[in-house]
Design a protein around this ligand. Structure first.
Ligand code: CA
Length: 396
C-alpha cells in the first residue's frame, strides 16, 4: 500500500511549473485509459473532452517525487525550519483575528484553536504558500507512473469530480507537486470526504476561504479520531539511569508506567497520569529532546505520517498557546542519506541484528536492531544512528 503521501500532504515549495516537451512514450495511451476510467466513474463527456483530454505530463513532478526519499533531514534541520518565532507570532496574531470562528470550531469539533493554527502554519505558512502547480497535471503525471498508479488515479478522478461539483476552473486548481490543495493542503479524496462549507456560501473552497479551510481541518481531525480535552503529547525529561527499554510507537505504555520509570515534565513536576497510553520519541537520540506522544499524536500522524511533523505541529500549537520553546534544543546532526542508512541496515543484518530487508528507511525494526547492537557494544541504546554507532558498525 502506498504510504509516503498522506491524505493531506505537506507542501513542497516549488516555483517551477515547467512542462516537459517529451513525455513517456506511453503518455497518450495512459491519458486515453484515464478517460475510460473517468467515463466509467460517471464524469461527464464535457469534463473528459475539455479537461482530462488536455492534461500535460510534468517532468518536474517526477523529479520532485524521486527526490523525496534520498535524504532524511535531521530533526534539528526539520524542526528549526518549521517552528519559527515568526510562525509563533503570526499564529498568535491570527488567533486574535479569527477568535470567534476558532472558538466555535473548538466547541463543535473538539479541536482547540492552537492546533488548527499550527496545521495551517506548517502546511502553507498560514495560506501564504499554497503551491502553484496544476493539480490535474500533477495527478495525471503520477497516475501514469506505474509505481502508485492506482492511488493517484483515484485522486485524479476525485479532483475532476470536485471540479464538476463546484465548477472550479482548472487554473484555480493549483497545489503541491503531489496534488495537495489549498490553505491546509488537502488531497482530493480528503477534500471530497472532509472539507466543509465554513462560511456558508454554498461552496467548499479551500483556496480562497479561510473559514472553509479551518472548518475543514477541524472536521478532518475530528474524523481522524482527535480526542477532545487531550493534549498532543509533551516534551519530557528522562532520569539519568534511563534504560530506553520502550521506544517508539510500537512500545506505547500507560502514563502511570512512564511516571514510574522516572519521566517528568520539563519544569520538574510529576507527569499527570490520566488513563492514557503514550509512546516515547527521541528524534535526535539521547542527546536531544525527548517527547511523549499521546493518542492525538497518532491522529496528527494520520494527517502526515511523520513523527517529526507531529512533534512540530504539537510544539508549534503549544507555542502559539503561550508556551516557551523546547527545554532541550535539538542538537545539530548530519542529514542521513538513504544509501548510508541502507548500508547500516545491511551491516546490522550481517552481524546478526535482524532489521529486515534494507530499505534505507529507519522503521521500528531498525530501531530495535540498532538498540540491540548499541547495547551489545556498550553504547547508549537509544536506537539512534549516531556517528558513534556508524563508526562501531564500520559504516562510513
Ligand atoms: Ca464556502
Amino acid at each position: 500500500m502506498f504510504k509516503s503521501i498522506p491524505l493531506a500532504a505537506t507542501l513542497i515549495l516549488t516555483s517551477s511549473t515547467a512542462i516537459a516537451s517529451v513525455a513517456s512514450p506511453d503518455w497518450g495511451t495512459c491519458v486515453a485509459n484515464l478517460q475510460q476510467t473517468a467515463k466509467s466513474q460517471g464524469l461527464s463527456q464535457h469534463t473528459i473532452d475539455t479537461t482530462l483530454a488536455n492534461v500535460k505530463y510534468v517532468a518536474r513532478v517526477m523529479e520532485l517525487d524521486n527526490k523525496q526519499p534520498e535524504f532524511s533531514s535531521s530533526f534539528e534541520n526539520y524542526f528549526t525550519k518549521r517552528v519559527t518565532d515568526w510562525r509563533v507570532q503570526q499564529g498568535r496574531k491570527l488567533y486574535k483575528e479569527h477568535k470567534a470562528l476558532l472558538q466555535d470550531l473548538a466547541k463543535e469539533y473538539g479541536v482547540p484553536p492552537q492546533y488548527l493554527l499550527a496545521f495551517w502554519g506548517l502546511e502553507t505558512n498560514f495560506g501564504s504558500y499554497k503551491g502553484k502547480m496544476s493539480v490535474l497535471n500533477s495527478l495525471a503525471t503520477l497516475a501514469c507512473d506505474p509505481r502508485r498508479s492506482q492511488y493517484f488515479t483515484t485522486e485524479l478522478m476525485q479532483a475532476l469530480k470536485l471540479k464538476e461539483q463546484y465548477g472550479f476552473d482548472e487554473k484555480q486548481m493549483v497545489g503541491s507537486w503531489a496534488g495537495a490543495m489549498g490553505h491546509t493542503q488537502f488531497m482530493p479524496s480528503a477534500y471530497a470526504k472532509y472539507a466543509v462549507d465554513g462560511d456558508g456560501d454554498g461552496k467548499v473552497d479551500l483556496w480562497n476561504s479561510t473559514e472553509d479551510a479551518l472548518s475543514s481541518a477541524a472536521n478532518f481531525l475530528q474524523n481522524l479520531g482527535w480526542k477532545r480535552e487531550e493534549r498532543w503529547g509533551r516534551e519530557v525529561t528522562l532520569p539519568a539511569d534511563f534504560s530506553y527499554a520502550y521506544l517508539g510507537r510500537s512500545e506505547a505504555q500507560p502514563l502511570t508506567k512512564w511516571a514510574e520509570l522516572g519521566l517528568r515534565q520539563t519544569n520538574g513536576s510529576a507527569l499527570s497520569t490520566p488513563d492514557m497510553q503514550a509512546a516515547l520519541y527521541l528524534p535526535s537520540g539521547h542527546t536531544g529532546p525527548a517527547f511523549l506522544g499521546y493518542d492525538n499524536f497518532n491522529v496528527i500522524m494520520k494527517w502526515n505520517r511523520s513523527t517529526f511533523y507531529a512533534i512540530a505541529v504539537g510544539h508549534l500549537a503549544d507555542r502559539i498557546n503561550g508556551a516557551a520553546g523546547l527545554n532541550v534544543n535539538p542538537p545539530k546532526m548530519p542529514n542521513l542519506s538513504r544509501a548510508r542508512v541502507k548500508e547500516l541496515q545491511t551491516q546490522l543484518n550481517v552481524l546478526g541484528f535482524d532489521v529486515g530487508k534494507p530499505d534505507g528507511i529507519l522503521g521500528s525494526k531498525s530501531l530495535k536492531g540498532l538498540q540491540a547492537f548499541q547495547k551489545d557494544k556498550g553504547l547508549v541504546a537509544d536506537g539512534y544512528p549516531s556517528e558513534a554507532t556508524f563508526k562501531a558498525l564500520a559504516v562510513k
